[in-house]
Design a protein around this ligand. Structure first.
Ligand SMILES: *[C@@H]1O[C@H](CO)[C@@H](O)[C@H](O)[C@H]1NC(C)=O
Ligand SMILES: *[C@@H]1O[C@H](CO)[C@@H](O)[C@H](O)[C@H]1NC(C)=O
Ligand SMILES: *[C@@H]1O[C@H](CO)[C@@H](O)[C@H](O)[C@H]1NC(C)=O
Ligand SMILES: *[C@@H]1O[C@H](CO)[C@@H](O)[C@H](O)[C@H]1NC(C)=O
Length: 576
C-alpha cells in the first residue's frame, strides 16, 4: 500500500550529515496525527522521497492586487487580464531565494530540477535518511485504521534559519492524504438499468415540462428550462471549457454520443471532447467492465453535462495522474499556467478536507488559482458532499471545511434539489475556512448571515473565515449514460459542471461582442444581486453531532451561497 513515489532504491553519491550543516528552525508542524491515522513505524532509511520545494515568490501581494483590479467590475482595469509572462513577473522567485536555496542544496550534493514555468518550484530526490537530516524531519509510516492506507509523512520539518525567508514550503511533509480519496461521492443509489434509448426519448418528449413529473431525472433540457440556459450553439471560435479528472478515471466517447442522441437531439451527436494528459493521466476507452462503472461515473457526468449544456463550446478533459492529490492539483494549475491560452472556464469536482492539507500548501495551491484568475480563467469547484462534515459524510463534533472550496480565488458551487420548489440538499458542502480569512467581496453578504445565525454553532466554525459555497445549482438525480445504460447520480459534482457551462456560454456571448471573458467571478457575482440568482431559503446541511449545521436563508448562506443562477439575470449583470 506504500505510494509509488516512495521508491526503494539506493541513491549513490549522497553523503549523510553534511559538513555544511546549518542550524535549523521549525517551518511547519502538526500538533497531532490526523484522526484515524496512527504511527506504524519509521520510514525505511534508504527509500527515496521525491520532495518539492516551493520558493518564496517576489510579489504575491502585487499579484493579488492585480487580480482584484481585473476582476472587480467597478475597477477601471476590469477585464484587462494578464499574459503568461506578466503573471510570471509577480510569482517568479526572488533571485536571492534561488541562489540561497541552490547553494544550500549543492552543499549537500543535490541538483534540483525546476518544476514550474516561473521557477518557483524545485524538485529533489533524497533518501529518507537525508531528508530527515536536511529538514530536521522524522519521516515515518502512518497507517489509517479503517482503510489501511499507508503514507510516509513527518509531523514537523525545519529549514536552515538563514533560508526560512526564502523557502515557502516543502512537500510532502505534514499534509496527509485523504484516506477516503478525493473523488466526489456521486451518490448513485438510484442507479438503474434503463429502457432502450428510443423509449426514453419519446417519454421525455411527451412530458409536459422538460423536467417531467414526479421525481424525475434531471436532464440538459430540464436545466435549460429551469435556469434559462440557451440551447443555441456558441458562436465564438475562441470559447473554451475544461473539466479536470483525477484518480485514474476516464470518460467514454461512445457514452457521450448516446447521451447526446437521447438528451440533445438538436445537437450533432458526434460532438466530442479533447483530452490533455498531465502527469501521465489516463484516457483509456476500455470496453465495459462492470467493475469500472463506478470509476467512470464522474468523468461521464462532467463530460456529458458540459458538452450537453455548453452547446458547441469546445470541451477539454484534463486527466491528471499521480497518487498525491495535492501534487496533482498543483500540477494541474502549473500545466494550465504554462498554456499561452488556458481554457477560460475549468470545472473540478474533487476535493479534500482542509485540515489534512498544511496551511502553507493550501495557501500555495490557492495562490496558483489567483494566478489563473489574473489570466482570465474562471475556476469552478464543487463544495463537497458531506454537508458541514467534510468532503464526504463523516462523524464530526466540529465542522470540517473542504479544500479547495475555501480558497478565496475560486467559485465554489453547492447543490439544491426539488421539493415542491428548489431547496438546499443536505449533502451540500458549506461552512467557513480555518485558513483563509473572509475576502473583501464577501464582507456584506457573510456579515449579514452571521447576524442571522446569532449564537448557533458557536465554537463549531470559524466566523472570520472565508464562507463557502458562493453559488449553487441542482445536484440531485442527474441522468447520465454509462456503459450504454442510464443511471441517476447526485452530488455537488453535478452542480459544478452545470454552473461552469453557464459561465462558458456567457463568455461566448462576451467574446462575440468583442469583450473580455469573465475570469475570476466572485467580485462580480457578489455584486450582481437578486436579478442574477434565485435565492434559496429552505433546507440545510446539518451533518455533525446533534444535528448541527447551517440553514439556508434569505441572502447568502453557507449551504447554497447566493443561490442558483438565472441566465438572463447574469446576462444583464454583464450588460449583455
Ligand atoms: C510518465 O511516464 C514516463 C514514461 O513511463 C515516465 O518517465 C515519467 O516519469 C512519468 N511521469 C510522471 C509524472 O509520473
Ligand atoms: C449533544 O447534545 C447533548 C445534549 O444536549 C450534549 O450533552 C452533548 O455534549 C452534545 N454533543 C456534542 C458533541 O456537542
Ligand atoms: C480562524 O480563521 C482566521 C482567519 O482565517 C485564522 O487566522 C484563525 O487561525 C482561525 N482560527 C482557528 C481556530 O482555526
Ligand atoms: C438555531 O438552532 C436551532 C436548533 O437547531 C434551530 O431551531 C434554529 O432555526 C437555528 N437558527 C438559525 C438562525 O440557524
Amino acid at each position: 500500500m506504500l505510494p509509488t513515489s516512495l521508491v526503494f532504491a539506493a541513491v549513490s553519491g549522497l553523503v549523510l550529515g553534511s559538513p555544511f550543516s546549518r542550524s535549523l528552525q521549525v517551518h511547519e508542524s502538526r500538533s497531532s496525527i490526523p484522526s484515524g491515522y496512527s504511527l506504524s513505524g519509521p520510514a525505511p532509511a534508504n527509500s527515496v522521497l521525491k520532495l518539492r520545494i516551493a520558493l518564496v515568490q517576489n510579489d504575491l501581494d502585487g499579484l493579488v492586487n492585480v487580480l482584484q483590479e481585473v476582476s472587480d467590475p467597478t475597477n477601471a482595469n476590469y477585464g484587462n487580464h494578464l499574459s503568461k509572462s506578466e503573471v510570471e513577473t509577480y510569482v517568479s522567485p526572488t533571485s536571492d531565494s534561488v541562489s540561497a536555496v541552490n547553494t544550500w542544496l549543492s552543499e549537500n550534493g543535490l541538483t534540483p530540477s525546476v518544476l514550474s514555468p516561473a521557477g518557483d518550484w524545485l524538485g529533489v530526490e533524497v533518501t529518507v535518511n537525508q531528508a530527515n537530516s536536511l529538514f530536521g524531519a522524522d519521516y515515518s509510516i502512518f497507517e489509517h485504521s479503517v482503510t489501511g492506507l499507508q503514507t510516509v509523512r513527518t509531523l514537523s520539518y525545519s529549514v536552515p534559519n538563514d533560508l526560512a525567508e526564502y523557502i515557502n514550503l516543502v512537500h510532502p511533509t505534514i499534509s496527509f492524504p485523504n484516506p477516503y480519496g478525493n473523488a466526489p461521492n456521486l451518490f448513485a443509489s438510484k442507479s438503474r438499468r434503463s429502457t432502450p434509448s428510443a423509449e426514453r426519448r419519446s417519454s421525455a418528449e411527451t412530458a409536459a415540462s422538460p423536467c417531467g413529473t414526479g421525481t424525475p431525472g434531471i436532464t440538459p433540457a430540464c436545466l435549460q428550462y429551469l435556469y434559462g440556459i440557451p440551447s443555441a450553439p456558441a458562436t465564438s471560435p475562441y470559447s473554451s471549457l475544461a473539466v479536470t479528472e483525477y484518480e485514474y478515471e476516464w470518460a467514454s466517447y461512445a457514452d457521450l454520443e448516446t447521451f447526446l442522441q437521447d438528451y440533445r437531439p438538436d445537437m450533432n451527436p458526434s460532438t466530442t471532447f479533447t483530452v490533455q494528459s498531465v502527469d501521465n493521466g489516463t484516457d483509456s476507452q476500455s470496453p465495459g467492465d462492470a467493475g469500472l462503472e463506478a470509476l467512470m461515473r464522474e468523468q461521464n457526468l462532467d463530460i456529458q453535462y458540459t458538452v450537453g449544456l455548453a452547446t458547441d463550446i469546445p470541451v477539454t478533459m484534463v486527466t491528471v495522474g499521480g497518487d498525491d492529490f495535492l501534487q496533482s492539483l498543483l500540477d494541474t494549475a502549473l500545466f494550465l499556467l504554462n498554456e499561452p491560452n488556458p481554457p477560460q472556464v475549468v470545472s473540478t469536482s474533487y476535493g479534500d478536507d482542509e485540515y489534512l492539507v498544511s496551511e502553507k500548501m493550501a495557501n500555495t495551491i490557492c495562490n496558483t488559482y489567483a494566478q489563473l484568475g489574473a489570466r482570465g480563467v474562471s475556476l469552478i469547484f464543487s463544495s463537497g458532499d458531506g454537508g458541514v462534515s467534510g468532503n464526504h459524510f463523516s462523524e464530526c463534533t466540529t465542522f470540517i471545511p473542504t479544500f479547495p472550496s475555501t480558497c478565496p480565488y475560486i467559485t465554489t458551487v453547492g447543490a439544491t434539489t426539488i421539493v415542491d420548489d428548489e431547496t438546499a440538499v443536505d449533502f451540500s458542502g458549506g461552512g467557513f475556512s480555518n485558513y483563509f480569512p473572509r475576502p473583501y467581496y464577501q464582507d456584506g453578504a457573510v456579515a449579514e448571515y452571521l447576524i442571522f445565525l446569532g449564537d448557533n454553532n458557536t465554537g463549531l466554525y470559524n466566523a472570520s473565515g472565508r464562507g463557502y459555497p458562493d453559488v449553487a445549482a441542482y445536484g440531485v438525480n442527474f441522468d447520465i449514460v454509462i456503459d450504454t445504460y442510464t443511471a441517476e447520480v447526485s452530488g455537488t459534482s453535478c452542480s459544478a459542471p452545470t454552473f461552469a457551462s453557464i459561465i462558458a456560454l456567457l463568455n461566448d456571448q462576451l467574446l462575440a461582442a468583442h469583450r473580455p471573458v469573465l475570469g475570476f467571478l466572485n467580485p462580480l457575482l457578489y455584486a450582481s444581486g437578486n436579478e442574477a440568482f434565485k435565492d434559496i431559503t429552505t433546507g440545510n446541511n446539518r451533518a455533525c453531532t446533534n444535528n448541527t449545521g447551517f440553514d439556508a436563508t434569505i441572502g447568502w448562506d453557507p449551504v447554497t451561497g447566493l443561490g442558483t443562477p438565472k441566465f438572463s439575470g447574469l446576462q444583464l449583470a454583464n450588460g449583455l
